[in-house]
Design a protein around this ligand. Structure first.
Ligand SMILES: [Fe+2]
Length: 411
């Protein structure tokens, strides 16, 4: 069966993006992972997960669905892993929707499970999948990673993508490379992902009369430049987080609201890894309008720096540890090539009330105070109390920070 060809519809193109679903195969590896965290052993209530993904797809009617990494996690057995991937994708397959996926740091993490290549092959096998384990025209292993590829979107009204047709918009997908730990995936000058991107983007621009083809990209971990959307502050305050990775772990940061393009929430440290050098390549190529990523589950903020919008997708996880279960909807305008976040959907927007086991999901947030109150009032009280104490102390110990936000750092 030929793979779907993407085109604008009535001048628009809609993408529904899920990140960090962390589907555990309904607790498939409970017995083989006795030491795993409690949530990893529990069922993920498959009907709720599929209702959430399918419900969001029905509400949005997207032209493409994207899975932005950490898609399946804590499933050890190769067969159970493949089954879990198919279960995650079932609501998309049932609706015949095209989709594309990239790997996160937790995908194919289990040593006894599928290799990263075999793992991504399961994503690639579905009839409507546009996922590739390596870029077209290259050999496996030539480009570092196992989910680095590009998908073109053609102009409205084009019947077929004839040979040589220039796309109206390009979507780029990059393997996070398991924290950059693989050869030639280090973000240095020899990073084959970056060399491949720069070369192909230049080819596209040449075919387009020297003008870069507007583009968006999807990968798992935020780039270092995400810190350009934040500013340093003295001590803890609401909606602040400590630095991480190459950034001082004792320094508090908050969103830079003097940048008028910054929107959304900072809820936990920004953990950059595995994507070094990519943003600079985007700036040089001049085609990239947006970079979408996940990894830091509570963060949803976005903002423009150096003419590129960096954007957290927000996490879609059904795990039982206080995640918000959200998905971002992007719209591309064919005339202007602008790509914007239309809205964020939450589980209870499309799939009814949160299941009983999940109903304690609660956060302190600007936009989410009302949402917070839908959670267990006792836990809301706990978080409000913690925030108040933290403000009084001006500097919250890390243990308190972790207690406030059960999402673990760098997940
Ligand atoms: Fe994650």
């Amino acid at each position: 069966m030929p793979k779907p060809i993407l085109r604008f519809r009535d001048g628009k193109f809609k993408i529904l993006c899920f990140s960090d679903t962390h589907y555990n195969g309904n607790g498939a590896s409970a017995e083989t992972n006795p030491k795993d965290k409690d949530w990893a052993r529990r069922p993920h209530y498959l009907p709720d997960l599929q209702g959430w993904i399918g419900g969001a797809a029905d509400a949005v009617q997207p032209d493409l669905v994207v899975f932005c990494g950490d898609n399946v996690h804590y499933v050890s057995d190769p067969e159970a892993q493949a089954k879990a991937i198919r279960e995650l994708l079932q609501p998309i397959a049932d609706r015949g929707l095209p989709f594309a996926a990239v790997t996160g740091n937790h995908d194919a993490q289990q040593r006894e499970g599928l290799s990263r290549e075999a793992f991504m092959k399961v994503f690639a096998e579905a009839d409507t999948s546009l996922t590739l384990t390596h870029p077209e025209g290259t050999e496996i292993g030539e480009i570092a990673g196992h989910s680095t590829y590009t998908v073109p979107i053609y102009a409205s009204g084009t019947e077929e993508a004839a040979e040589g047709t220039v796309p109206a918009f390009n979507l780029w997908f990059f393997d996070n490379n398991n924290y950059g730990g693989e050869p030639d995936g280090s973000g240095t000058a020899s990073d084959t992902r970056i060399l491949w991107y720069k070369s192909l983007a230049a080819d596209y621009a040449e075919k387009n009369g020297g003008k870069p083809i507007p583009a968006a990209s999807f990968f798992h971990c935020p780039p270092d430049e995400t810190y350009q959307l934040m500013r340093k502050i003295k001590g803890f305050r609401s909606f602040s987080a400590l630095g991480h990775g190459d950034f001082d772990r004792k320094q508090w940061w908050t969103l830079d609201k003097s940048n008028p393009t910054v929107e959304g929430l900072l809820m936990e440290p920004v953990c950059c890894d595995g994507m070094k050098g990519l943003f600079r390549a985007f700036v040089e190529a001049g085609d990239m309008k947006l970079a979408m990523f996940g990894h830091d589950h509570g963060n949803t903020f976005s903002g423009v720096t150096e003419r590129i919008r960096l954007m957290y997708c927000g996490d879609a996880s059904m795990r039982l540890d206080g995640q918000r279960k959200q998905a971002s909807v992007l719209t591309i305008d064919e005339n202007t090539a602008d790509i914007t976040r239309e809205r964020i959907y939450y589980f209870n927007d499309v799939a009814g009330a949160l299941p009983e086991c999940l109903s304690w999901t609660a956060y302190i947030s600007n936009e989410g105070l009302q949402y917070t109150l839908r959670g267990n009032p006792l836990l809301t009280l706990r978080e409000l109390t913690t925030a108040t104490l933290s403000l009084l102390w001006k500097k919250a110990p890390r243990s308190v920070w972790g207690w406030m936000f059960p999402a673990k750092f760098g997940q």
